[in-house]
Design a protein. Structure first.
Length: 290
């Protein structure tokens, strides 16, 4: 995270990493008469204002550079800020504050929340969220971070999950259209398949390329291409094989072995399922001979 600040003095902080990828920071800060800063993070983050010490005339504003300005930010609230969004803060007559910062990425949330998580929600900022349940969860998480004898990590991790589920509004019976992969993600996966066409690539290996869960990746890939990852792999293998079948000098048994099929019968069944013809029949029709 890139930060440029003035007028702040950190009086206490706690840092914890949950599940390897999600970072929670608790800060206690004193403020001078005029304070402010510039912030931009490579990861999405949740900024939670827990407590403030301020004079009645205090002013706390947050501004999206090139976008909106939020006045009256000196109240207990949460602000979800997408990755790469540049923000400025300006505080006047604010004496001190305590806040919680959570930093995470799409891969982390996909692994935690499964296929109900839509990465597209991470592109939309949400400011001034004030929900009693979420505020209580955030307060419990802050208390755990500041505890001299914290409980097992499962407790803090559970609070983080509850906060994220509440923030994203996930429900067990929520129906939503399947999200698609971005074009660059499709290109990355299909390119990887093309580079490893001679073997069957496990679904988990393809999902890991994008940092997604296997379940979410499988649905998103099919929504993007109309085919499951397994079907795309098989179609690509068959397309490559067609070029070799046009050469009658190469035995079909050799083509099947080189393409990674267990035996000729398996190759013939797979080829016929996709093309409607046996390999030998396709070779005859397309200019080769047995």
């Amino acid at each position: 995270m890139e930060i440029e600040i003035e007028g702040f003095c950190v009086t206490g902080s706690r840092h914890h990493r949950f599940g390897g990828d999600l970072v929670a920071d608790l800060w206690d800060v004193d403020c001078s008469e005029e304070a402010g800063g510039y912030y931009v993070s490579r990861d999405p983050r949740l900024f939670v204002l827990l407590e403030t010490r301020a004079r009645p005339e205090a002013v706390f504003t947050m501004s999206e550079i090139g976008g909106r300005t939020l006045p009256d930010c000196g109240v207990r609230a949460m602000h979800f800020i997408p990755a790469g969004m540049e923000m400025r803060t300006r505080l006047t007559a604010m004496q001190g504050l305590r806040h919680l910062d959570l930093h995470f990425d799409a891969g982390t949330l996909a692994r935690r929340l499964g296929n109900r998580f839509d990465p597209a929600v991470l592109n939309e900022p949400r400011f001034m969220l004030n929900d009693d349940r979420l505020n209580q969860i955030a307060a419990l998480l802050a208390a755990e971070l500041s505890a001299d004898n914290p409980l097992h990590d499962l407790y803090g991790d559970g609070l983080v999950n509850a906060l994220l589920v509440g923030l994203l509004g996930l429900r067990p019976d929520e129906a939503r259209p399947r999200s698609k992969l971005a074009d660059w993600q499709v290109r990355q996966v299909t390119g990887y398949i093309a580079d490893h066409a001679a073997k069957r690539i496990p679904l988990e290996e393809l999902a890991a390329l994008l940092g997604l869960s296997a379940s979410y990746f499988s649905h998103a890939f099919k929504a993007s291409t109309g085919l499951s990852p397994q079907q795309w792999q098989m179609n690509h293998r068959i397309d490559r094989i067609k070029d070799e079948l046009k050469n009658p000098a190469i035995p079909i048994t050799a083509i099947a072995a080189q393409a990674g099929f267990a035996d000729t019968a398996h190759f013939s069944r797979s080829f016929r399922r996709i093309t409607g013809m046996t390999p030998s029949g396709w070779r005859t029709v397309n200019g080769g001979s047995d």
